[in-house]
Design a protein around this ligand. Structure first.
Ligand code: SAM
Length: 99
């Protein structure tokens, strides 16, 4: 069964006009918002999808497979975002959300 994200159009609208190269999604879940953002922003070079639930990461990895290595799946708590970005050698992000 495909998980339906909440208000994907509104999430995409929130980043309208923004150039997103590096993006941090702290609550990746089933990856529905990620799918919407990646579709709307082909300029994204690195989409970091974090979730504390490994089963959510598994579902999201299947859903987002077409974006290949652009999407980095990180298991953990978004409160540890600094350490996660450091481990990926990323100094700043162009956008993030928790929803
Ligand atoms: C409502 S779902 C996210 C929906 C998702 N954006 C989508 O498009 O499917 C919330 C997710 O946030 C994760 N989560 C909640 N608190 C978290 C935390 N502190 N750190 C990482 N993940 C968290 C949960 O495991 C769950 O998968």
């Amino acid at each position: 069964m495909k998980h339906i994200p909440v208000l994907p159009e509104e999430v995409v609208k929130g980043f309208e006009g923004c150039e997103l190269r590096i993006f941090f999604d702290g609550t990746l879940g089933a990856g529905g918002h990620a799918e919407a953002i990646l579709t709307a922003h082909p300029e994204i070079e690195c989409y970091i999808g974090c979730d504390r639930d490994p089963s959510a990461l598994q579902i999201a990895s299947e859903r987002l497979a077409k974006w290949g290595s652009k999407v980095r799946f990180v298991h953990g708590n978004f409160l540890d975002v600094d350490a996660m970005l450091e481990a990926l050698a990323i100094e700043k992000v162009d956008g993030f959300f928790l929803i």
